[in-house]
Structures are given as C-alpha cells and as structure tokens.
Design a protein around this ligand. Structure first.
Ligand SMILES: Nc1ncnc2c1ncn2[C@@H]1O[C@H](COP(=O)(O)OP(=O)(O)OP(=O)(O)O)[C@@H](O)[C@H]1O
Length: 226
C-alpha cells in the first residue's frame, strides 16, 4: 500500500498541494484526475521522492519513506513512468529494453502485454510513434518488477487504439493481484475505466473521491466542469 497522507508541497515558497491524502491499496488501480496545473505531476514527484514535502507523510507498506531518496523508493517497489514517453531515442526498442532486463525471458513477458513492440525491436525509439514510445516506456518500467506502477498521463497525445491497449494492460496488471497502479490523467473516461478508486484534484486540493467505473464519468466531468 502506498499512502500519501496530509501532504502539503510546492516549489520555493509557493504551495501547490494542500493537505492531500491519497491511498493506493495493494492490487488496485487508483486515478488522480485534474486539469493542467492542478498539481498532478507535483503529487507524483512527492510520491516518488523527487520533491520534498512541506508537511505530511508518504508511506509504503506502512513504512515512513517521506525522507527516503527516489533510488531507495525504487527498491521498495515504486516504478515511475514520467510524462512524455521517455526513452533513449538513438537506441533501438530492443536496446532500450535490454538496459533494464536481466534475461530474454523477461523481455518475452512484456511482449505478452505489448505485442506491437515485438515488431519494432530493430527500430530506433526516436522513430516510434508517440503511442509506441509510451508502450516502450511502460514496458521498460515493468521490467524493474515494481509493486506500485506510477503513470503520469500515459494517454497524452497518443492515438485512441493505443489508449485502449494501455487501458487493457492496466486492468490486466491489477487483475493479476501482484501490482497496484497510481495513474494521473486528464482523460476521464480512460482513467475511470482502468481504475478502481478515483480522486479529483483541483488547484492542489482533493475535491472529489469515489470508486471507479465508467458510470462515474458524468459526475466527475461535472465536478471538473468539462
Ligand atoms: N519546477 C517547478 N517550479 C515552480 N513551479 C512549478 C514547477 N513545476 C510545476 N510548477 C507549478 O506547479 C503547479 C502544478 O504543476 P503540475 O505540473 O504539478 O500540474 P499538472 O496537474 O501535472 O499539470 P499538467 O497536466 O499540465 O502536467 C503549476 O502552477 C506549475 O506552474
């Protein structure tokens, strides 16, 4: 379980998050939805240890990791896929995967989740489409075998068929029961379809929370005024 508890955080003297509490139970997927600038990435930076808190705590499996650096949180099971489909553009798809994989069998396992990557092994990552690069970025993080997968706007700027693929992967991963997912998104339909619990973040405050399912789409959109 990842818990962000009563966190206030920001940059310099500016507070961006105000007393934010979010819980990601084991084996579940949780989404945080909000507009541009709501503080979603800031919340993930706090969760992963890239940004210190001003007050509040971050706990992994009950252990207080608030002062723990990102590298140690990775060892506790956090896997972070930052915004922007980040890969090594001059390296091929296979080389990007080999940087993280210990053996070929692990790479074969990620092909089960992202079959398209198998056809793109020799292509340089910089020449993949945005959606293909996003799949590669997620696959690479999965190779670190995280207990908690943290995704920052994975659907940003990618085509609808790949959005559907990523949705299926999140559902598959949590169904297996050995991984939880923290997803930050603006795409309300995608977020609600692929997660169990949801939170709406507006101007750094949680203004709505509930249990997922596509039936919540209208009320979340209304709360977000979109
Ligand atoms: N490094 C930084 N220094 C100062 N202010 C920052 C920094 N990063 C973000 N901010 C500010 O913090 C606020 C929240 O930004 P954040 O990136 O967390 O929002 P977001 O919800 O992830 O937005 P987006 O959907 O556009 O990525 C914004 O007002 C932003 O300008």
């Amino acid at each position: 379980m990842l818990e962000i508890s009563g966190v206030t955080a920001g940059y310099g003297r500016t507070r961006v998050l105000h007393d934010v509490t979010v819980r990601i139970p084991d084996g579940e997927a949780v989404s945080i939805m909000g507009h541009n600038g709501a503080g979603k990435t800031t919340l993930l930076r706090v969760a992963t240890g890239l940004l210190p808190v001003m007050s509040g705590k971050v706990l992994i499996d009950g252990e207080d990791v608030t002062k723990m650096p990102p590298s140690k949180r990775v060892k506790r099971g956090l896997g972070y896929v930052p915004q922007g489909q980040q890969c090594f553009p001059q390296m091929t798809t296979l080389e990007n995967l080999q940087l993280v994989a210990k053996r070929q069998s692990e790479i074969d396992e990620v092909f089960d989740l992202f079959p398209v990557l198998k056809e793109l092994l020799a292509r340089r990552a910089g020449l993949l489409s945005g959606g293909q690069r996003q799949q590669l970025a997620i696959a690479r993080t999965l190779l670190t075998r995280p207990k908690i997968l943290v995704l920052d706007e994975p659907t940003e700027g990618i085509q609808p068929n790949i959005v559907a693929d990523i949705e299926r992967v999140i559902i598959d991963l949590t169904r297996r029961g050995d991984m939880s997912v923290l997803l930050v998104e603006q795409h309300v339909g995608f977020a609600l379809r692929s997660t169990n619990d949801y939170y709406v973040l507006q101007s750094g405050r949680i203004t709505m929370t509930g249990q997922g399912g596509a039936e919540a789409i209208d009320s979340v959109r209304e709360a977000m005024a979109i």
